[in-house]
Design a protein around this ligand. Structure first.
Ligand SMILES: *[C@@H]1O[C@H](CO)[C@@H](O)[C@H](O)[C@H]1NC(C)=O
Ligand SMILES: *[C@@H]1O[C@H](CO)[C@@H](O)[C@H](O)[C@H]1NC(C)=O
Length: 428
């Protein structure tokens, strides 16, 4: 079956030369990218498996600041607007400690999807919220964020569509007005934070979720190298370990996606250069290809049944025309035995992909078997009496133990549904 799908794919590619097919393929791509995008931009919190008492601490609202260094450096969002961030100043013992969080929100890999994105908060600061709530690892509440609550905490807004890694050389030389400046945004904002006191940092963490979790791996060593030599620096990627696996029909959906993204936004110069020298640049978007080259200690927080990857990498909507996956894609409890087998296979692919990294002495991991994604920004996943745990440790305790060298942390959950302390998403 895999072979017949592959040959039909080849035929498909040949036929794609005729105009009508290009047009319909384009349309499909737009629909596909839009649905990618809608999932990640939705702010609604789906209901959960089991009851969680409401968190009652007052919301920690932090104001937006547009970057003052961006203009002189030519660092712009997709639409040419200035990028920005939210900054909460450290206090007490945290005055010289800095935690930088890179926002996520998928990617845009076509002119059409980037143009659409340029009219949203993921492509233009015109649509940024003026303040956002700092929760989870960004919270200033010690009961919610025991180790980092009094650090300088920064949420960097994502408006370039390419994991803070696009390059102006790739911009189109015609009237299509799209700015591919993710790398410049990253550099400008780090420069700005250095001038705000980060140049005296004693401790630092670069983190981020989803596309930002990938960015925190791509830029980990840059971050390390721009902080003082004697500073203690590590990186934590949250839901950023995207897998190079085919979808359920055997098509390399994610590879095509990254291939087009790297080409459109000129990412090859921003990716790990050892990797780029060895293989096709788009493959270097997959953390398994470069995580072992990162010199700075790295921690991976990732759900083995990452819902975003299940919905977009393993079972993208385009593969489910007969809707047999419809219920399972929305709620892992609705998956039948055959589908569970495929999801367990996805977990095994993750285990294989992190096999070598698992032996890295300085590295750490928290791989839970929940139907989850980006788990460090919500107290119900990061740290609360009822949040996700492995061996009775919350993600906050695990990251803290690892960061401060209190103990090595390499936690891998048994396969679903063994963990009673899971925060499973339910999108129905
Ligand atoms: C600009 O160039 C790109 C790539 O060469 C092309 O796909 C796009 O349609 C062009 N846009 C316009 C408005 O001509
Ligand atoms: C789990 O950890 C909590 C503290 O976070 C502790 O009160 C509880 O006794 C622990 N449970 C087990 C079974 O070890």
């Amino acid at each position: 079956m895999a072979i017949s799908t592959f040959s039909s794919l080849l035929r498909y590619r040949k036929w794609a030369k005729s105009n009508w097919l290009v047009a319909s393929l384009g349309l499909l791509l737009i629909v596909f990218s839009l649905s990618f995008f809608l999932y990640l931009t939705s702010d609604s919190v789906p209901s959960v498996d089991h009851y969680h008492p409401p968190i009652t601490s007052p919301p920690d609202l932090v104001k937006l600041k547009l970057s003052s260094k961006a203009k002189e450096r030519g660092a712009f969002c997709l639409d040419g607007s200035l990028p920005g961030y939210h900054f909460s100043k450290g206090s007490g013992s945290g005055t010289k400690s800095w935690l930088i969080h890179l926002e996520g929100g998928s990617w845009c890999n076509t002119i059409a999807s980037c143009s659409a994105r340029a009219m949203t908060r993921l492509g233009s600061s015109k649509y940024f919220e003026h303040e956002v709530s700092f929760q989870g690892v960004l919270s200033s509440d010690p009961s919610q964020n025991p180790d980092f609550f009094n650090w300088n905490r920064v949420k960097v807004r994502y408006c370039d569509g390419a994991s803070f890694s696009g390059r102006p050389e790739a911009e189109l030389k015609n009237e299509t007005r799209l700015f591919f400046r993710g790398q410049l945004i990253w550099e400008a904002i780090i420069d700005e934070l250095l001038s705000m006191g980060m140049s005296n940092a004693k401790q630092g963490i670069l983190t981020g979720c989803s596309a930002g979790g990938l960015a925190s791996l791509i830029h980990c060593d840059y971050f390390r190298d721009h902080l003082p030599k004697d500073a203690f620096v590590k990186c934590v990627s949250d839901g950023g370990f995207f897998l190079n696996v085919p979808d359920v029909l055997g098509n390399p959906t994610m590879r095509y996606f990254y291939h087009d993204l790297v080409k459109l936004q000129g990412l090859d110069k921003s990716l790990d250069q050892k990797c780029v020298a060895r293989t096709e640049p788009f493959k270097c978007m997959f953390p398994q290809e470069f995580v072992n080259n990162i010199r700075t200690p790295v921690f991976l927080v990732n759900a083995a049944y990452d819902y975003w990857q299940i919905q977009h990498v393993l079972v993208p909507a385009s593969t489910d025309l007969d809707k047999s996956w419809a219920k399972c894609r929305l709620n892992i409890k609705e998956c039948d035995a055959e589908q569970m087998k495929i999801l367990h296979g996805f977990r095994s692919s993750l285990m294989d992909a992190i096999g070598k990294f698992h032996q890295n002495k300085a590295g750490g991991m928290f791989i839970d078997s929940c139907y989850s994604h980006s788990q460090m920004l919500k107290p119900v996943m990061w740290h609360s009496p009822t949040s996700t745990r492995i061996k009775n440790k919350t993600i906050a305790e695990s990251v803290g133990d690892w960061y401060f060298n209190r103990k090595p942390v390499k936690l891998i959950d048994r396969p679903y549904p063994c963990n009673p302390y899971c925060y499973n998403m339910n999108f129905t």
